[in-house]
Design a protein around this ligand. Structure first.
Ligand code: NAX
Length: 350
């Protein structure tokens, strides 16, 4: 009897000490990345195994019937952390009181569409969503932009939400980062966790610069610079870089669909690092606001840098020596972003 009472007490204690649910919105929730992503979030891969979640699924009106199917599947997963799932096509519902916003949905490039028209359509989407974040989200919300052009969309969302600190906005270059780590790991015949501190500089586009000058491989019981472990500078300066830059296109060519499983995994990695911090002595790549004070990159861009995260705040890793080869590539991708920003900002003011 006493044992029964004691265990009932423990259960009551456990229930009462359980955290309040956090509210997480995913946009483009009827799409293919979201289909791989939502399960990971709902089972606790991102915000922790003890953190209950209310998932808000935002998409456009024609996709509401599809969202209903996604809701049913999430329910059928019978996940204990998932307290509620709310499908919607309204930004004021989607962004209400959210703690985290993962903006996956964007306007895809259609056949014959000019780059400028694509940018214009996306500025309209991210201006609206930024405005809704400003109005309805918690001021502490962490916003991760995935939908392309991710860096510039992130900048537009941030500019449209001036009362939310711009440090709360970031864009996804973690997939490129993971691709770079995996390429080096395969080359050295080690598992990918044995490779650390690769860097993706700049834009999430084919001008991005995957850089391994500061990366290390843990092999034979010690850490060695990637250049010493790979022993093939020609590959590191050419084939490696273009493989990472072109990987998205290669996946589309093979699968007839763009990366989804790996994109979802990268989103989980990115948001989990924001929530819980990066490992001691390690850094990750993330598109974040450039203040103009790091590595000569102009201000007012969302540029991918190496960052370390503690207490939900990121810091750009400073002081890494940059050689001429790297500097030229970092500048080229910054130039593309400046051009993209200037066009987008013109549309923003229209
Ligand atoms: P899908 O076309 O499968 O899904 C996109 C979804 O977004 C659709 O359901 C669509 O209805 C919805 N959507 C469109 N406009 C919306 C709006 N205004 N509000 C809410 N939802 C809206 O694309 P998917 O493969 O899931 O890719 C989504 C985005 O991720 C694309 O822009 C893609 O280019 C981008 N990617 C970015 C990556 C990165 O590393 N930053 C890598 C993966 C991916 O390519």
């Amino acid at each position: 009897m006493l044992t029964l009472l004691a265990s009932m007490y423990l259960v009551t204690q456990a229930l009462s000490s359980q955290a309040e649910p956090i509210r997480v919105v995913v946009t483009g929730a009827a799409g293919q990345i979201a289909y791989s992503l939502l399960y990971g979030i709902a089972r606790g891969d991102v915000f922790g195994k003890d953190q209950p979640i209310v998932l808000v699924l935002l998409d456009i009106p024609p996709m509401l019937p599809v969202l209903d199917g996604v809701v049913m599947e999430l329910q059928d997963c019978a996940l204990p952390l998932l307290r509620d799932v709310i499908p919607t096509d309204k930004v004021e519902v989607g962004f209400k009181d959210v703690d985290a916003a993962i903006l996956v949905g964007s306007m895809p490039r259609k056949e014959g569409m000019e780059r400028k028209d694509l940018l214009k359509a996306n500025v309209a989407i991210f201006k609206t969503q930024g405005g809704a974040l400003e109005k309805h989200a918690k001021k502490t919300v962490k916003v991760l932009v995935v939908g392309n052009p991710a860096n510039t969309n992130c900048l537009i969302a941030s500019k449209s939400a001036p009362s939310i600190p711009k440090e709360n906005f970031s864009c996804l270059t973690r997939l490129d980062h993971n691709r770079a780590s995996a390429q080096v790991a395969m080359r050295c015949s080690v598992s990918s966790d044995k490779v650390k501190n690769v860097i993706i500089w700049g834009n999430h586009s084919s001008t991005q610069y995957p850089d391994v000058h500061h990366a290390k491989v843990n092999a034979h019981g010690g850490e060695v610079p990637v250049y010493d472990a790979v022993k093939d500078d020609a590959w590191l300066h050419a084939g490696f870089i273009s493989t990472v830059q072109q990987r998205g296109g290669a996946v589309i060519k093979a699968r007839k669909l763009s990366s989804a499983m790996s994109a979802a995994k990268a989103i989980c990695d990115h948001m989990r690092d924001i929530w819980f911090g990066t490992k001691e002595g390690e850094f990750v790549s993330m598109g974040v606001s450039s203040s103009g004070n790091a590595y000569g990159i102009p201000e007012d861009l969302i540029y991918s840098f190496p960052v370390q995260i503690k207490n939900k705040s990121w810091k750009i890793v400073g002081g890494l020596p940059i050689n001429d080869f790297s500097r030229a590539k970092m500048a080229a991708t910054a130039e593309e972003l400046v051009e993209e920003r200037d066009t987008a900002v013109e549309f923003l003011s229209q």
